[in-house]
Design a protein around this ligand. Sequence first.
Ligand SMILES: [Zn+2]
Length: 119
Amino acid sequence: MKCQLPGCTNVIPKTRKRSAKYCSDACYYEAKKERSTQRYSSLKAPKDEVKNNESILAFLYNVASMNKPINADDLTRYHFNFGLSTGEHFDKQKGPCKIVGKYAYHINPDKSLIVWKLK
Ligand SMILES: [Zn+2]
């Protein structure tokens, strides 16, 4: 099967998981970035939605600060809108991160979630 990132003609290596649509993490993030920019520009981040997302992150941030594990499913459970953010950021160690108001988050490949407060 071929990588589904437009413009990439690589074949997906067998070493990647069977459901993989892209040949590499780089292509995966590229495709994700494209999707979220498109969604962002067509959405214009309504204030209430940003508030809602931000309060979910604030809550999970507090949960994590009590040393309880949090993951992407928690976001889904609280109806987090993954398509909505107020900014993006590429962290050298963590990789791509999304910003919602005063919080930023990153989802690891194992779905564990990191939330932190911006200064
Ligand atoms: Zn590719």
